[in-house]
Design a protein around this ligand. Sequence first.
Ligand SMILES: Cc1ncc(COP(=O)(O)O)c(C=O)c1O
Length: 381
Amino acid sequence: MNLFNVYPLYDIEPVRAQGSYLWDKTGTQYLDLYGGHAVISVGHCHPYYVEKVTQQLNQIGFYSNSVRIPIQDELARKLGELSGCEDYALFLCNSGAEANENALKVASFFNGRKKVIAFKKSFHGRTAGAVAVTDNPAIVAPINFNEHVSFLPFNDVAALEAAMNEEVCAIIVEGIQGVGGINVASDEFLQAARRLCDQTGACLILDGVQCGYGRSGRFFSHEFSGIQPDLITTAKGMGNGFPIGGVLIAPRFHARHGMLGTTFGGNHLACAAAVAVLDIMKAENLMENAARMGAYLTENLTQIGLRGCGGIKELRGRGLMIGIELDQPVDKVRDTLLFEHHIFCGYAGKNTLRLLPSLAIGRAEAARFLEAFSAVMSVHA
Ligand SMILES: Cc1ncc(COP(=O)(O)O)c(C=O)c1O
């Protein structure tokens, strides 16, 4: 049997990883400034993480949500503490798309409505509901197309005000758009979304799948705007590579048995991985590190841009979610960084280099990237 060929591949086969580094089968070392789409939060193969997951696997790896699984409560308690969302309740699932799917369901069950407002350049996942609120017709199959969804311009308060009414079930928005190009939602925009939801009885869903879990320098990037969403979704960095997602659900939503459900969500092993991530984030002050290293990278990238050898059009993002918009297509720069300097970076759209390193990245690694980037841009600018 062959694999269903949906992924364009780099001809690189990583066989080992540690911290911010990967090694391929020929022994070549790569610096990882991408974490496989923002997934590696505390660093590859962190010893505490490996120990916790191994211990759990040796005890019990899985049983279904029909029995008591106390490590789920430990995860919810620690997540509440570190995120400051103690009064929210947690529903556990397996991915970012599933988290958004369930958040949309909770909203619709709650107010009985079905219209959703999403935004241009949004990405919320590939399952039926999540892809219907994703602004990319190429990945929306006819069966997923949903006439209840409107896509408004991002960060446009007037357009949002004009579109909101008592028929709207939910607004779904990324605190920082990731796939769409690292676009930060403005404070004014998120505050307007909160106010309009309150006025019309709609629910505010903040998709923190990529920008959450400490990446922005705060636990959730919407904290900068001082708003409290009704539903917050997470995944990616939550398990540092072990598949897990979650919906944080505000106290005004009441659970009933059977309302949501999943076979794998919240299993012992996934929870052990997620608890280990939170323990490490707390013990190693990784949110502070994300803010500090994000500032270091951004300041130095600004300098590179100012020196005029950069070809940098705009820098966007917060903390360790950085978009470098170039004045040219990004593919040559990305490939030179990867194949000549052995540095993994991502991209968003045609012209934007996307950096999503581990929250534990050190100054030496950041400096290595800056030096390589500067060299590459002086050739390609
Ligand atoms: C903001 C956002 N939401 C949802 C998703 C979907 O997550 P998953 O691929 O885990 O389903 C992604 C994935 O890139 C994302 O960036």
